[in-house]
Design a protein around this ligand. Structure first.
Ligand SMILES: Nc1nc2c(c(=O)[nH]1)N[C@H]1C(S)=C(S)[C@@H](COP(=O)(O)O)O[C@H]1N2
Ligand SMILES: [Mo]
Length: 563
């Protein structure tokens, strides 16, 4: 076929229909005439080799900080090292963040490769050079082969829906993983962390110190860790927002997991250091991985308030479900903050510093912010965002899936999870088959065990008489009678955090208690033809011509008489 001569782009129709939003021009209507401003384009990658060389020997500059700590570069103690890394990162350009919100999400596993994150690590070199490869090897070793890898590096992965609530306690290999950097590989024998800052007697503790029950009483807790990005994909599919692939990883409902952790209360360790002094009110937690933001390098730092620690709700844990922590989950020691977003549960802990204010480190002060709705790229300030700590009540349907056809006898088998942060727990879970008008309560016998800091998994046969598309909705009431906003739009926010709105799925209901439906479905069975997908036209007559003729004889013609 000869090429068509046209002023249109080949994908004009798709763009006009909003199916390729990233390439749409911005319309500037501030003048008398509307101007179309094309979106940002990224040029060729550049690299100033001389400037990079002038920084010095990267193997020396960015060497391992401690013996037996592979992949750990200490940044926070060395401003000059941070400056050298910044020089390297600004002397070259890297590929842009992939478009995964306004464009289609790739149909691959890993979904996103994390190309520029890998390149950043190699650009710094030294101890970080092997980190992307080492981390991926650990994923393959420690995680279940059925994990869905959202981002290969830094590794972010969640179990497939069928396995999210398969067990009330998530097996380690299926627990979601959220990393902002590579996985440090730390020897237990060479491990210790330091507690300093505004405490009376700063000290260093080995694992043996912590495990000495004469000094620190053991703490054992079932805890659900939920990322505040859980169910983000619902916000993305409705309205895109901030689009950094790590801060805004496109999580589905699997970025939540429940495990039994063994460790001690951080409060006791602070007491062992003589307690807080001066204006000490927050504990800054340091992870040994390297994070990149705005061409800068840093360790993973966040903070929790002393009030949370004082309540014995911040654990230092070395055991997960009866096994030493897997490397990918923070071996040999991680923080587990009960009832807060996962982000505060720092893995590969190497330092705790008592400070006056919440941490100014980027993960605390620039990310995990809950913005109001009119705040975005055009106007946001960090101070507009609420720093997310306790998670609100939430729930999700793990089966069936949206757009699925369900053939049933008047009830649709559903299952899922429900969770509430801050030590509250799911007291009631409800399902609706009509978009949220009428609600059925999940029988208590179909809810898993009630605990202060964990989710409850649930199952229910949801009565459904209706046929065709139905909207199944799930919501939870926690013990404080908090419940969930009705839909994604009401709680949409620029950072795409805390998707706690009622989970809604559309399923196509085929109810075999209806005689006609039963007869038609039996025909499919007899002919051995699969029913789905519903979009494939029926391959045989839907009605006999005799019956058709009878109908019109009895009912008169389609048109009305003009009398
Ligand atoms: N050192 C370090 N700790 C970290 C992170 C990280 O990237 N580095 N990610 C945090 C986030 S955002 C979450 S949701 C939880 C996830 O814990 P998991 O990977 O064990 O499931 O770890 C938190 N702790
Ligand atoms: Mo998270």
């Amino acid at each position: 076929m000869p090429a068509i001569k046209t002023a249109n782009r080949p994908d004009e129709w798709k763009i006009e229909q909003g199916l390729s939003g990233a390439v749409l021009p911005v319309l500037d209507m501030t003048g008398p005439k509307t101007k179309a401003i094309p979106p940002q384009e990224f040029g060729k990658l550049t690299k100033d080799e001389d400037a990079i060389k002038a920084v010095g020997d990267r193997n020396k500059l960015f060497k391992a900080e401690r013996k037996g700590w592979k992949g750990y570069v200490e940044w926070e103690k060395y401003p000059e090292k941070k400056a050298a890394a910044h020089k390297i990162l600004t002397s070259q350009t890297f590929p842009p963040n992939p478009e995964f919100q306004l464009g289609p999400i790739p149909g691959t596993n890993p979904v996103l490769p994390g190309t520029h994150w890998k390149m950043w690590h190699h650009a710094i070199g030294g101890e970080l050079d092997a980190v992307p490869d080492d981390s991926w090897k650990l994923v393959l070793k420690e995680k279940h082969p059925d994990m869905l890898h959202l981002l290969q590096f830094p590794y972010n992965g969640e179990p497939p829906k069928r396995l999210v609530t398969d067990k009330e306690i998530t097996p380690n290999s299926l627990h979601f993983v959220r990393n902002h950097g590579g996985i440090p590989i730390i020897d237990k024998e060479n491990y210790s962390f330091t507690l300093d800052g505004l405490v009376a007697k700063p000290q260093t503790f080995t694992l043996d110190d912590l495990m000495d029950e004469s000094r620190f009483p053991r703490m054992e807790k079932y805890v659900t860790i939920q990322c505040s990005g859980t169910r983000r994909i619902e916000q993305i599919l409705k309205y895109p927002g901030q689009g950094d692939e790590v801060p805004q990883a496109p999580w589905a409902e699997g970025a939540i997991g429940t495990a039994k952790y063994v460790g001690i209360s951080l409060k006791k360790v602070i007491k062992a250091c003589g307690g807080l002094v001066g204006e000490g009110k927050h504990l800054e937690l340091y992870g040994a991985d390297t994070y990149f933001k705005d061409d800068k390098t840093m360790n993973y730092l966040v903070s929790v308030p002393w009030s949370k620690v004082k309540a014995n709700e911040v654990m230092l844990a070395w055991e997960m479900n009866g096994e030493p922590l897997p490397r990918i989950h923070g071996y040999p020691l991680r923080v587990v903050v009960l009832g807060y977003i996962g982000a505060r549960s720092v893995k590969w802990l190497y330092r705790i510093k008592a400070i006056e204010t919440p941490s100014w480190a980027p993960v605390q002060s620039q990310e995990y912010l809950y913005f109001p709705q009119q705040v975005g790229k055009h106007n946001f300030k960090l101070t507009d965002g609420i720093q997310i700590q306790e998670m609100p009540v939430s729930s999700a349907i793990m089966s069936p899936w949206t757009k699925q056809v369900v053939v049933h006898n008047g009830a649709i088998r559903c299952k899922g999870w429900a969770y509430s942060g801050g030590g509250r727990w799911p007291e009631r879970v409800e399902l609706s088959a009509d978009g949220g008008f009428n609600w059925y309560t999940v029988p208590l016998s179909k809810l898993s065990k009630k605990r202060a800091w964990t989710w409850r998994t649930w199952e229910m046969d949801l009565p459904c008489d209706v046929e065709g598309w139905v909207e199944i909705v799930c919501r939870c009431w926690d013990n404080a009678l908090n419940t969930q906003p009705p839909d994604v739009r009401t709680a949409w926010n620029w950072g795409l955090h805390v998707t706690s709105s009622c989970h809604r799925i559309s399923v196509y209901s085929v109810n075999k208690t209806k005689p006609l439906t039963r007869a038609r479905m039996d025909e499919f069975d007899e002919k051995g033809v699969p029913f789905g997908p519903i979009t494939v036209p029926l391959a045989w007559p839907s009605q006999g011509w005799d019956e058709y003729g009878e109908f019109w004889k009895k009912n008169g013609p389609r048109d009305a008489a003009d009398e």
